[in-house]
Design a protein around this ligand. Structure first.
Ligand code: WTA
Length: 662
């Protein structure tokens, strides 16, 4: 692992945006002072703070002990019992939310379905009974491989209702990826659909499930939602139609009283080695922070329509499509299909038609929209929006400013939210009525989160210097382990950075949680993410953050998106290779390459000037929008791609890049 204490920090961003008074006036946390008060309370007595917050959940049995921390193992709210689905549904049925829309869904072909809290509750209870009738018991794992349709949320909540941990596998993954994840979790049942709509085509999911299940001996049943109407192969006895089973299931299903630490879900995320890790989350702590951040970060109000564009196949779709918003009593919008289908203004048309007030998406999507220019957004009245969010990657200041100006019309605060599958909920982000923002910075940790930037020995690095991003104390929604692999959990997160404290004085060293990310803090303590530590470059002895060079490239008017990797170089150690997607209508030519080199030199320095620039129409990405630099590194080094590509969104991108090579 490189020594990031020396990551050169070259990018400077001086623009600042104060919360607008009319926003702050109505906000849950309405001033800097109010936010600081929360932070101080949490710092003074972290366990007391979290215990007080946890009272906002609905408990079946109160907990005895707030935290049991035996590093690296944390357990929260010990002895307590609750049910996550009851917190998301049943608790709202007694009051005015009963007939409120919980979920408004739009399919890619354009149909709309709406479920009130009462209706969603009925669906969830019925499906919980279906699961039970198919032999699923508390503790059994259920795989979910579904398009973005309401039944995906219903399946998740039904699993939560009976205490069967779910493992949602993104429906864009291949049959092999699904098989490996089913087998790792030894899942008993898969929920899927015949197919789903994407970019005007039917993606045939049942076929992939059939191929996966042929090599997954633990699967007893496959439940299939009829969605696309395509022909499917059928194995009688094993396969069950969702609609048929639901038609005869009872809508009465008591919520199982589950221990705070009972597993809620496993979610596979790719590690740097390529072998997916099953990140494990449990009930109470996870739900607490998912719900609380809806208030702190999204400033949720009863009249909001909240749209998080993430797929349920990744953690953002767990915490901010399903669990957080429903626990907070929100109305969520859910969309099945591709962002640019049938036209470049699909999202903006949906925002206008449904009157979305809070919109949460990924920097990669924002850059894709930027590439198309402002016109598709200008066709629509977006004045219903009041808050914008981003997640998944560092957002380049240029993309931030575009989002602010073109989508938010300069009125909507932007919350750049840093977190991970492992953290369960947002950790570092503005609180929009209280925190002044700076484009490109996720600003400051939320109350109760003790994040810092340190060197390898756990000592804080000075302001302006890059280092390892760590969290110094356990937090309620942290992962509880890697499914079936406790030693990887300890090695991955708790041993790469140590914590200070003297063994000689007999102090017990509590290990810090290492995020895998590099970051720096500025003179105001704001956090600036530098990307994954594994992506850091070393050019002639200077450690450079790929993110900064990418930001410099994207600030050029001809560039829509860029990914930077190192390729081995005898002289320099590593040479900077940039893969660049030009904006629509821009001619990719040698002159532009020279221009971009000069531009990077001006923006951050000659040392960062790309040695190679390669134009490409698209970059290889995971479906959650992260650029797969590992693949680009292999390409840049002149070879073909050998590592695991099962998480790649669009294999043809790689094929095209490889054929350019030849
Ligand atoms: C990156 C997604 C900068 C980071 C919720 C992290 C970010 C990884 C941001 C987790 C952000 C996410 N600014 N980087 N606002 N949000 N990241 O597990 O590298 O899919 O470690 O969770 O994404 O990705 P994951």
């Amino acid at each position: 692992m490189p020594e990031p204490a020396k990551i050169s920090v070259l990018l400077k961003e001086g623009r600042r945006f104060k919360p607008l008074p009319e926003f702050s006036r109505r906000a849950h946390v309405n001033s800097r002072a109010a936010l600081e008060r929360l932070r101080r309370q949490a710092a003074r007595d972290p366990e007391g703070f979290w215990a007080a917050q946890a009272r906002s959940l609905e408990w079946i049995k109160p907990w005895r002990k707030t935290l049991d921390w035996r590093p690296p193992r944390a357990r929260w709210f010990l002895g307590g019992r609750l049910n996550v689905s009851a917190n998301c549904l049943d608790r709202h049925l007694a009051g005015p939310l009963r007939q409120k829309a919980a979920l408004i869904w739009e399919g890619e072909p354009g149909e709309v379905r709406t479920f009130t809290y009462q209706q969603l509750h009925g669906e969830v209870c019925r499906f919980a009974n279906v699961l039970k009738s198919l032999g699923v018991r508390r503790g059994d794992r259920v795989a979910i491989y579904m398009p973005m349709i309401p039944e995906a949320a219903v399946a998740m909540l039904a699993c939560a209702r009976i205490g069967a941990p779910h493992s949602v596998v993104f429906a864009g993954f291949s049959a092999e990826a699904l098989r490996d994840r089913i087998n790792d979790a030894a899942a008993k049942l898969v929920v899927t659909a015949d197919g789903g709509w994407r970019r005007g085509n039917v993606v045939r999911l049942k076929d992939a499930v059939d191929a996966a299940v042929a090599q997954a001996p633990t699967i007893e049943h496959v439940v299939v939602v009829k969605r696309a109407g395509c022909e499917v192969a059928w194995q009688p006895g094993r396969d069950v139609w969702w609609q048929e089973a639901m038609a005869v299931a009872s809508a009465a299903c008591p919520a199982s009283p589950l221990d705070s630490e009972h597993p809620l879900f496993i979610l596979y995320t790719s590690g740097s080695t390529g072998k997916p890790k099953g990140v494990l989350h449990t009930q109470a702590g996870y739900l607490l922070q998912a719900r609380l951040t809806m208030e702190w970060v999204f400033d949720l109000k009863p009249e909001d329509l909240f749209w998080c564009t993430a797929d349920v196949g990744w953690v953002t779709g767990h915490s901010y499509v399903v669990y957080g918003p429903l626990a907070a009593g929100a109305t969520i919008l859910m969309y099945e299909g591709a962002p640019l289908h049938p036209g470049p203004d699909r999202f903006w048309s949906m925002i206008e038609r449904h009157k979305v007030t809070i919109f949460y998406t990924a920097p990669t999507a924002i850059r894709a929209f930027m590439r198309l220019g402002p016109e598709p957004a200008r066709r629509h009245d977006l004045s219903c929006l009041r808050l914008l969010g981003t997640v998944g990657e560092p957002i380049n200041p240029e993309a931030w400013l575009w989002y602010h100006k073109v989508i938010g019309n300069g009125r909507c605060p932007i919350v750049d939210t840093w977190w991970q599958t492992e953290t369960g909920a947002i950790m570092i982000a503005p609180v929009p009525g209280a925190t002044p923002t700076k484009p490109g910075s996720a600003t400051l940790p939320l109350p109760g989160i003790e994040a810092d930037v340190v060197d390898r020995d756990g000592r804080p690095v000075p302001a302006g210097t890059g280092g390892f991003l760590v969290v110094k104390r356990p937090w309620p929604s942290m992962l509880r382990g890697i499914y079936g692999d406790p030693s990887r959990y300890a090695a991955q997160y708790f041993s790469q950075v140590s914590s200070p404290g003297s063994c000689a004085r007999g102090e017990r060293r509590t290990p810090y949680y290492f995020t895998g990310d590099g970051a720096r803090r500025d003179e105001d303590g704001y956090f600036w993410m530098l990307g994954r530590i594994d992506d850091v470059l070393n050019v002639a002895g200077h450690r450079l953050s790929t993110m900064e060079i990418e930001s410099a490239l994207v600030s050029h008017p001809s560039v829509a998106e860029a990914a930077v990797v190192g390729r081995p170089d005898e002289v320099l150690g590593q040479a900077v290779t940039a893969f660049v997607t030009p904006r629509v209508g821009v001619q990719a030519c040698e002159n532009l390459k020279d221009d971009l080199r000069q531009h990077v030199a001006r923006a951050i320095g000659a040392i960062a000037k790309p040695a190679d620039i390669r134009f490409t129409e698209a970059l290889p990405k995971t479906r959650s929008g992260k650029i797969m630099r590992r693949l680009l590194r292999e390409l840049a080094a002149g070879g073909s791609v050998r590592g695991d590509v099962t998480t790649l969104e669009d294999l043809s991108v790689l094929a095209r890049l490889q054929s350019d090579e030849e």
